[in-house]
Structure formats: C-alpha cells, structure tokens
Design a protein around this ligand. Structure first.
Ligand code: MN
Length: 254
C-alpha cells in the first residue's frame, strides 16, 4: 500500500505522528503536512504564491516533508511526481477536535480527504472528537484497520470517509457506527470585544448546537461512545430539490 499522510494541525502535531506510526507497517508511507497548524481553513488552495516543500524527520520514518501550503495543497503536491508515486490511499489526521456536521465545511482535515476524492483517490479523514490533548492510540489503531478494509473493499470514485473517534480507551468504546452527516451547527458566532484603545474588534466563536440528530447521525454515534464513519461524496447536488426546481418552470428572459 502506498499511503499519503497529511493533516491540518501541522507537521509537528502528535496526532500525525501517532497515525504515521500505526500506518507504517502497511507499506510505503509518505508524509506531507503543513509547516504550522492550518485548522479551519477548509478547502483553501494556494494559487498566488510559491509553494515550498522541504524534507523533515519524523518518528514513524518514511519520506516526510513539510510545506508552506494548505492541507488541500498537500494532497495536490503529494500526488505529484515531485513527492513520489501516486498513492493508493490518502489519510488525513488525526485531527485534535471533532469534525461533525457542518464542521466538515470548515475543516482542513476533511478538505484534504475531499481533495483526494476529487483526484480520484480513496481517502479518509480521522478526528478525535475532543479538543483536550488526547490519547491518539485508539484512533490510530482504528485508522490502520480501516486502511486495510478500504484497500480490500475499495471506495466508489468521488467519495471518501469522515471518521470521528470518541476520546475513550479502546476498552471503553462501544464499537463502530456507520452514520450520516448530522446537524451539528453553531450559534452566537460573533463576539464583540473592545481593545485597549477602545476600538471594537470581533472574534468568531460559537456554541455547538445539535439540531435534530436522529440516532444515525455522526454526533449521536460519538455521544454513545462509538466510532462514527460517515460516507461523503463530492457531488453536493440536492437530488430532491433538483426535482422540485424542475417544477418551478424557471425561465429567462421572463
Ligand atoms: Mn485541526
């Protein structure tokens, strides 16, 4: 197996190293990750400045590189001949913090897996559903298992898996659930503050809100102590609304 490993927490993140160590026995692991934390930048790509790549040494060995690029850049660069052979699997993580519900639109971790799916490569993103410094080992071991399953079963083109692991020991976990993207969202997003000179500034923040959530959602699984595995596709078309729009008789000019 040729695995490209990346993340959005940066090349020095402990979650990346734990994942690299777990995946190394599966074959040739090439690591290419941002030089510094780049969380919550979504699918940003770098089009207007030079991208640099330089070799680094990581505990899990294999060829490893840092870059000034974004997580999505890492996948574009990492699937090029400059870094190595085209990988057979792209793995992004282990992110420190959940990527549930709408988090997927902001997450650099998820964007890297999505970029792989756009490039026609099987991929999964994996996150620990906690912001506390965590034991990455249970998630890393699950990632190794999942990499083997994905290799054996193969994913459809244009899809990837988004995995969230509860912050529990392997013994405390309640198994794996195949889930849909739930409706975790945010309220009270903008906080107005005052700087020492009396000028207003704003901080994007927000309280997580779990709207709806049937028992089959990503967040519900994590709440029950299960590893959540959500299949995601890059085609965002709303099929129901597509059919409804067809009945609107949209026309132009009117
Ligand atoms: Mn992150």
């Amino acid at each position: 197996m040729r695995i490209l490993l990346t993340n959005d927490d940066g090349i020095h993140a402990p979650g990346l190293v734990a994942l690299g160590q777990a995946l190394a026995p599966l074959g040739d692991v090439v690591t290419l990750a941002p030089e510094r934390p780049r969380s919550a930048m979504g699918h940003a790509v770098t089009l207007h400045k030079p991208l640099r790549i330089w070799p680094v040494k990581l505990p899990h060995g294999g060829r490893a590189f840092a870059t000034n690029g974004t997580p999505a850049d890492c996948v574009a660069l990492g699937t090029s001949e400059y870094v190595g052979q085209r990988p057979s699997l792209v793995v992004s993580g282990i992110n420190l913090g959940p990527n549930l519900g709408v988090d997927m639109f902001y997450s650099g971790t998820v964007a890297a897996a999505m970029e792989a799916a756009i490039s026609g490569l099987p991929a999964f993103a994996i996150s620990i559903a906690s912001y506390e410094s965590a034991d990455f080992e249970p998630a890393a071991q699950f990632a190794r298992y999942l990499a083997e399953v994905v290799e054996a079963r193969s994913l459809p083109k244009g899809t990837f898996l988004n995995v969230n692991v509860p912050p529990l020991s392997a013994a405390e976990m309640a198994g794996v659930a195949v889930t849909r993207q739930g409706r975790i969202t945010y309220s009270n997003r903008i906080e107005r503050r005052t700087d020492p000179r009396g000028m207003a500034y704003y901080w994007l923040t927000g309280d997580r809100v779990d709207e709806d959530d049937g028992a089959d959602s990503d967040a519900a699984a994590v709440r029950e102590g299960k590893i959540s595995v959500t299949p995601v596709r890059i085609d965002l078309t709303d099929e129901d609304l597509l059919r409804t729009l067809a009945t609107w008789s949209l026309r132009w000019p009117v």
